[in-house]
Design a protein around this ligand. Sequence first.
Ligand code: SF4
Ligand code: SF4
Length: 446
Amino acid sequence: MDPLVIAGGPCATFNPEPLSAVIDAFVIGEGEVIMPALMDVFYQARNEGVSRQEMLRRLAQVPGVYVPSLYEHSYGEDGRLQAIAPMENAPAKISRQWVQDLDMYPAHTVVRTENTEFNFYLIETARGCGRHCRFCMAGYCFRRPRNRSLSVVTREVKEALQYKKRIGLMGAAISDYPEINELCKDILGEGLSMSVASFRADSVTQELVNSLAESGLKTLTMAPEAGSSRMRAIINKGIEEEHLFNAMDMGLAAGIRHFRLYIMIGLPFEQEEDVEAIVDLAGRLKDYMEEHGSKGTLTLSVNPFIPKPFTPFQWLPMADKKYVEKAAKVLTQSLRKRKNIIVGVESPKEAYIQGVLARGDRQVGEALLTACANGGSKAFKRAMKDCGLSMDDYLYRERAADELFPWESLDMGFSREYIYQEMKKAEELKPTIPCFDGCHRCGVCG
Ligand code: SF4
Ligand code: SF4
């Protein structure tokens, strides 16, 4: 029977197929509402001494549990997925399960050790994001946006007092938390310091920035993602230049000298002018810093865009590697003469492996295991070849509107048609407004 390998969390589950050979069951959605039923079924089956196969069959009946071995994937002569057939009474679709009322499940760090990546006392203030950025897997797969009550979060802050650790506030966009100013006051009022996972430049407040600066933050990070307003309209980012300059003002007023921008290159429908616009924007923000007395650094963290499952861009090709390398070169060469601007570009090589894994099928899983046995990511390209798979086909092929995707046993709550229309809206630069109470647009809220 053992071991039974169960995986959860967004990276493993938005497209579980490349891992399907090594994972027995995936938890699709939020553990709080899936794990109790999963554990009941597990213990009952184990007490009855059922076979491993019977255990898997029973687990597959738990809402939100996906057992990949109970789904047959068949491929056409072109090597592309043709059909997915559930077997042994497994459900045709696995619906993502999510928590309606976050207050029922306060979430904070439980394993307190110095030996962690984030040596904070983490408190989750909110989950999901309703901003509809079209590239963002988190935005699509954690809908709808939900906040914990301030009273619940402040109770968590009081709990943290005994550990004397910095508070790390978790959420897709912390500045969207409606009571962020009060929460900052509470945390600093308790004599604690704080950090945030991320904030949006259009909703950040002076109180939040002051609190971060008082907590020792040296660099304020903003995520315009793109340099031109055209490109930001395509991705529905909703951040305009005025928001960036306002957020910079807040940072400067709080004594923060350094700033960082998250930028993507190779976005859908991107043109040369959009790349030049990144150079232009960085130059103007740096000018602004200097005009306001900051000799600090402006860092551009640049990542090649990777189309992700369950987003409107899941049908689109990833930009050609040569194009991305050229765009990265434009950024580094144009900005290198400018003192105190640093451009850091993620390795396109790694990004293209991520690109294959993001939209890969079970066949890619074979290549993953082969690469793992032969040296890891360095051996991935060779492993794909040895398995008779073309990286280019996974990366650069525009998918047909009705193509069956490997991840389509899962149901995230919105229809395929809805996200396809979002892709069309991107092409036409049409905006999509954020989630609101009473909205039923995408289907997640019934
Ligand atoms: S604001 Fe946009 S990028 Fe950030 S989590 Fe929300 S949808 Fe994603
Ligand atoms: S139905 Fe509306 S409010 Fe609910 S998640 Fe979808 S877009 Fe957001």
